[in-house]
Write a new protein. Sequence first.
Length: 157
Amino acid sequence: MTDTKLAPGDAAPEFTLPAADGSTVSLADLRGKRVILYFYPAAMTPGCTKQACDFRDNLGRLTDEGFVVLGVSKDKPAKLVKFAERDHLTFPLLSDPELAVHQAYGAYGAKKLYGKEVVGVIRSTFVIDPDGKIEHALYNVKATGHVASLTKRLGLS
């Protein structure tokens, strides 16, 4: 668990994680591009599916604007493969079962769930600039409507 919270201007923590397709994705390899990195609690659950499908449905527009979208969860790659196939997700889904990257970004810790405090994945989204700095750090985002809110915040609406 961590109390880390990133803010605009902070250096984005580096990572290399396995993707559902068997490749590995490193933030360092994406230098020069704008990255939307989002953390979600669990593949194939209703809210996470809604959020992933919203990113999928807006991927063309985000890509046209120069963004790379990456989804990160604690799920193992095999589950991410099923999630990507079932919902036709065409952006990388990354596996972080040890939660090291979640913790580095402050996307794992205490949160409220149905009025009760629990420890778990905090649904979060980060926009990382081409130099590897945080542009936006959004914690406790809602699954539904998040992509529309994000595109508005990015001036794409």
